[in-house]
Design a protein around this ligand. Sequence first.
Ligand SMILES: Cc1cc2nc3c(=O)[nH]c(=O)nc-3n(C[C@H](O)[C@H](O)[C@H](O)COP(=O)(O)OP(=O)(O)OC[C@H]3O[C@@H](n4cnc5c(N)ncnc54)[C@H](O)[C@@H]3O)c2cc1C
Ligand code: SF4
Ligand code: SF4
Ligand code: SF4
Length: 380
Amino acid sequence: MKVKSFEDLIEEVHQKGICQQCGGCVSFCNSMEYEVIGYKEPNSPPEFINKENCLKCGICYHICPQTHVLDDDLNRTFNLLDFSSMPYGNICDLYSCQSVDYDFLRNGTDGGVVNALLNFMFEEKLIDGAIVAKTKAPFSREPFFAKNKEDLLSTSGLKLGISQQLDEVQRFHSYSSSLPKISSTKFKKLAVVGTPCQIYTIRCMQNLGIIPSHNIEFCLGLFCYENFEFDQRKVEQFDGVFDIKFEDIEKIKIKKDLIIQLKGDKTRESLIHIPFEDLKDYMRPACNACSDFTNIYADISFGGLGSPENYTTVITRTIKGRKLIAEALKRGTYINLEIDSSKEKHVKNLLLQYSISKIERKENFMKSKLRNLKEIKSTV
Ligand SMILES: Cc1cc2nc3c(=O)[nH]c(=O)nc-3n(C[C@H](O)[C@H](O)[C@H](O)COP(=O)(O)OP(=O)(O)OC[C@H]3O[C@@H](n4cnc5c(N)ncnc54)[C@H](O)[C@@H]3O)c2cc1C
Ligand code: SF4
Ligand code: SF4
Ligand code: SF4
């Protein structure tokens, strides 16, 4: 039987416009040091660089989040055999948490919990490095190795000044393809913060026991309904449609929708909420073909949905993730819990609603892709 390889990825994933640019294929292949594939253009799928060096080993195909070859294996490992009845994945514990450290809280997206937890892991020497994402330039975010608290704080950066308001927007619109970075690291114990498509790929690599996933100790997953792409034209369109100037934006969050806080507006009532349906023009097209909202294969998942202002919703999924959160909570100096923990049912309903909505969006998108393909074929 023919082993599917990068040529098949081009045909089945890239040409269909559903490459999520997670970087998994590049990450693995480059760890073999042949430079077979890589990125020729920013914000586009990887391409052959030295095609003649391709071993046709098929690993890139197997670990791609759009081929789903290893879904059954992963679902077994993560207790997700009955995936259809729990599209938000396996939940060990569900919390609303906040960073105790004011620096992380103030700079954090929601409760500053992800960075506070990474800081705890550094101090406890559970990890020696973390792959996160940092602003590179306007409209661009790049993967970044954090080694300590200062590094972590530098990734949260926001606040005043035009370029930093743009930074706030980039937090969500610009996809950071962190995985290729893993193959170049000398760190022995890593945590990776990633979107569901990235964490999926890492789990596939771990399932196959291949480098560079061997040194990843913790997968910290962010919820992700969609990622946005803005170029200058879209910025102007956004300004016009929503009557919001980018330079007036103080802060952006994503929970049930996109929440914008304008400079000088500090009250809850003055926040502007834009539903995801109204943001279709700014969404990365490949996100339409993605069904995981809550990052079901992470050790711990984090999102704003379901938590009050300045708190992060935290889902532990694995024994490792559970132990980590329990230990950090016990210390009392890293993260703490929201007092009212009686809303679990309500939060689960929200998670269910958004997870189902994302699954349905993917189904409709794939159906329309198939229809288009049939129409094109019938005309040739
Ligand atoms: C693209 C994107 C879409 C999201 N969509 C939703 C959503 O629809 N609903 C929802 O409830 N929550 C969503 N989230 C998660 C939410 O915005 C917060 O990231 C989460 O609640 C953690 O907040 P925190 O304050 O605890 O994290 P913080 O303490 O602020 O730490 C966040 C960490 O994530 C890293 N990071 C930021 N962006 C990326 C990235 N693109 N790739 C890898 N690492 C990154 C930062 O470097 C930092 O280390 C999304 C996040 C992202 C990045
Ligand atoms: S060498 Fe293997 S991993 Fe690299 S592109 Fe070829 S098939 Fe994919
Ligand atoms: S592994 Fe990621 S970057 Fe590579 S083809 Fe698949 S989605 Fe695209
Ligand atoms: S929706 Fe999020 S997880 Fe899915 S492809 Fe887009 S960025 Fe990746």
